[in-house]
Design a protein around this ligand. Structure first.
Ligand code: GDP
Ligand code: MN
Length: 396
């Protein structure tokens, strides 16, 4: 589950991670009130107005702007709220901005230079250990840094039995070229950040930039936080942080009825039972020259009602040019599934795209006969290869 920047920052701060202060606002008037409050609390003169959407690269897309007085706060907030923000991480239509985060300006001039760092915490799946990945080259495209200057990215792997040790936090601060007060601030920052990562059951923290201010404070200016969905049962209060406006509408609908649906970019809709079969079916589609449009697992109980819901979900995607149903009848008998498909087909009315059904397992022969005799425009096949050939044929 992804969080908004403002939610991520609040969460980090509750574990002692220093952050750039901000107040979220839904309207320009609220933004002005937020700016006044921040000036009272922090003494900041200028403010930064930041679009709150689940996508990075907002700065590049015009979603992060500096306001030098309250008039500008109102005007910029008015411009950003309601805009469709396009960034390198959104689709071409962009994302509707519902709210902005009004922040204190932390790039104020002072005795020392400011520096922007990159720090993330994530699981290294290769070693099974959490790691802190960090770089002196913060504030910009970390993918470009990884591509062009990979030696400027460091890793600190954390032993699960001991947690992050003090010398490791100091090594991070050292490799980032810090000394004196900033060095101490960085070790505190990294330690608190790692604690927050573990305690919140997160799967990713990406803080870019972490800023060393001109008076040598170390603070999170941005926060991308992803909470592990499988651990949400341990954090019932985090459910309130979910913003379904940011999630794919069909995925949200599928989840509500207990189906696993993942939207993909291709043209062949897949309905399967079991995640392993879903993987194999997507490979099959690719081999046949198609691209899967989704991943839809109807699970163990593929009855008529669920099959109908599943068809309706798949048909919501206009790029679907064919549907492949690939179901193994084990506990659920193939003839029951076939009847489900026929009922669903009749109840939906007209389905414009060709449907290929492969049912294998208990009563597969009866199932095939049911479909062949139904008079519907459904191609039924038994063999895996036949299914692939059929997909190729209908896409041609
Ligand atoms: P992203 O573009 O979605 O990653 O959004 P960020 O939160 O990282 O903000 C983008 C950029 O805005 C940062 O890299 C900073 O350069 C700039 N920025 C953020 N906060 C401030 C601020 O307080 N003052 C100034 N002058 N710039 C800021
Ligand atoms: Mn950023």
């Amino acid at each position: 589950m992804n969080l908004h920047e403002y939610q991520g920052k609040d969460l980090l701060n509750s574990f002692g991670v220093e952050i750039q202060r901000g107040i979220v606002a839904q309207t320009p008037a609220e933004a002005v009130a937020a700016a006044k409050k921040l000036t009272e609390d922090t003494g900041t003169g200028w403010h930064v107005i930041k679009a709150q959407v689940h996508a990075g690269g907002r700065g590049k897309g015009g979603g992060v702007k500096l306001a030098k007085n309250l008039g500008e706060v109102e005007q910029i907030a008015g411009d950003i709220i309601g805009m469709h923000l396009v960034t390198p991480q959104t689709s071409a239509e962009g994302k509707l901005v519902n709210q902005v985060l009004v922040c204190e300006d932390v790039y104020y001039p002072g005795e020392n230079e400011t520096s922007e760092f990159y720090i993330s915490v994530l699981l290294n799946r290769g070693t099974g250990k959490n790691m802190i990945m960090y770089s002196t080259e913060g504030g910009m495209d970390i993918e470009a840094v990884a591509e062009n200057t990979p030696h400027l990215i460091f890793n600190e792997e954390v032993e699960p039995s001991t947690g992050l040790l003090p010398f490791q936090a100091r090594r991070v601060a050292f490799n980032l070229g810090l000394s004196g007060k900033a060095f101490k601030q960085m070790t505190k920052f990294v330690t608190a950040l790692y604690t927050a990562y573990v305690k919140t059951d997160s799967s990713l923290f990406e803080i870019n930039p972490v800023l060393k201010t001109s008076d040598d404070r170390v603070i999170a200016v941005d926060a991308k936080v992803t909470i592990d969905e499988n651990a949400l049962f341990r954090h019932k209060d985090y459910e309130a942080l979910r913003d379904i406006r940011e999630e794919n509408a069909v995925e949200v609908e599928a989840k509500a009825v207990g189906l696993s649906y993942v939207d993909l970019d291709g043209n062949v809709g897949c309905m399967v039972n079991g995640a392993g079969l879903a993987m194999a079916t997507m490979d099959l589609i690719k081999q046949a020259g198609g691209e899967p449009a989704n991943f839809l697992d109807v699970g163990g109980t593929a009855d008529a009602e669920r099959v109908e819901i599943a068809f309706n979900l798949i048909l919501k995607d206009p790029s679907v040019k064919a549907i492949l149903v690939n179901i193994f009848g084990g506990i659920v008998r193939c003839d029951r599934v076939a009847q489900g498909i026929i009922d669903a087909y009749k109840s939906i009315g007209t389905i414009e795209v060709p449907i290929i059904v492969r049912l294998e397992g208990t009563n597969a022969d009866i199932a095939k006969k049911l479909i062949d005799d139904s008079g519907l425009d459904v191609h039924s096949v038994v063999e895996f290869q036949e299914a692939a050939d059929k997909v190729q044929e209908v896409l041609a």
